[in-house]
Design a protein around this ligand. Structure first.
Ligand code: KG4
Ligand code: ZN
Length: 346
């Protein structure tokens, strides 16, 4: 007898996107909808937490409703509600969490709290009906490079939901470094896409920025490279030279991408990984994608562009794995704004 299809409603509100999606069996996206606040936060040059929470309050139910309508489904078609519990902005997380609790209470459906980073990892499992074929899924063990606005980690993924953190940033996250560097180059928020755009017309070998190598570890440090760009900009200004933003952006981008690439590859070799999985907002970066795709030692999985940054499908996909593993959370579940992946348990 064919196995019953499991459908999870995934809800995400950890930062500046309110998102909901319905995912079947941890892979097929039946519907998804994202309401982004980027245009609102642009004027502040970054995410303004209080404004973000209020926007989530306005968006959360309409976004969930839109995802349900697009799927032509009612709650009787859904098996569980998965929601981002952390890490993220406390006030933003609370909005998604309370909406999920309200729905779970009124429908009687199970509630499952998801770690946002775990969600990002599962973006490599999802596909939609727009894809021509059902894509392969990553094989274990895999090395995950998780690079977002708040995190930069190298993780050994031994099996579904089984991780070992090998290293990570000691200061700024990779996305944060893009955002801060963009700001000092006068580029708009979010910095990653702005730097990528500016870098398209620049020479990546025009400047050499210092980046900490942290030899013998899988750790990163990105605050120094940002300072190195700052010093260069200050010197150029002092000398009365014109700021060549495309060259500066391209050199910065190349420097960060090379470091991420070298460490990830080294980890994949050491742990004899079958695949490399890249996740998080920075995985949208073209230079990073091209660099990883330009080697053929390891098969690399990178989500489609629309699933690199925050979305509900990744929460639905991770929610499926946790649903199958038996996780059920109670109404007393609270948000966990600093939840490291190492503290996630089954
Ligand atoms: O995963 P995400 O949407 O949110 C967090 O969980 O943090 O990641 C957002 C981060 C931002 O720092 C943004 O600048 C960066 O991802 N980002 C990029 C690109 N698109 C988004 N960084 C580099 N290149 C991009 N194309
Ligand atoms: Zn994220």
């Amino acid at each position: 007898m064919a196995q019953k299809t499991i459908r999870i409603l995934g809800i995400e509100s950890s930062c500046d996107e309110t998102a909901a999606a319905i995912v079947e069996d941890g892979r097929r996206i039946v519907s998804d909808y994202i309401s982004t606040q980027i245009d609102i936060h642009k004027q502040y040059g970054g995410v303004f937490p209080e404004v973000a929470s209020r926007q989530h309050v306005l968006a959360v139910y309409p976004v969930i409703e839109e995802a349900m309508n697009r799927a032509h489904m009612s709650f009787s078609d859904i098996d569980a509600i998965a929601v981002t519990r952390g890490p993220g902005l406390a006030g933003s997380l609370v909005v998604g969490m309370n909406a999920a609790k309200g729905l779970a209470f009124s429908t009687g459906l199970p509630l499952i709290g998801i770690n946002h980073l775990e969600g990002h990892i599962y973006s490599s499992w999802v596909y939609s009906d727009q894809d021509e074929t059902v894509p392969d899924e990553p094989e274990f063990p895999a090395i995950v490079l998780l690079v977002s606005g708040g995190h930069s980690e190298i993780i050994l993924l031994k099996d579904h939901l089984k991780y070992e953190r090998l290293g990570g940033t000691l200061d700024d996250a990779a996305g944060e470094a893009f955002d801060k560097t963009a700001r000092l180059l006068g580029l708009e928020y979010p910095g990653g896409p702005s730097i990528q755009k500016a870098a398209a017309n620049g020479d990546p070998y025009s400047y050499r920025f210092n980046i900490a190598k942290m030899p013998g570890t899988y750790d990163f440090s990105f605050s120094g490279v940002k300072t190195s760009v700052l010093r260069t900009v200050e010197k150029l200004k002092k000398d009365g030279s014109r700021l060549n933003v495309p060259d500066l952006a391209a050199s910065f981008q190349k420097c960060v991408v090379n470091t991420l690439f070298e460490k990830t590859l080294r980890a994949a070799r050491e742990y004899e990984a079958k695949n490399i999985v890249i996740a998080g907002g920075v995985s949208a970066n073209k230079c990073l994608r091209d660099t990883f795709m330009g080697q053929n030692e390891f098969r690399v999985f990178i989500p489609k562009l629309s699933y690199c940054t925050d979305n509900g499908a990744m929460i639905g996909a991770a929610g499926y794995r946790r649903f199958m593993a038996g996780q059920r959370d109670g109404m007393d579940m609270d948000v966990y704004p600093n939840w490291p992946l190492s503290r996630v348990s089954l």
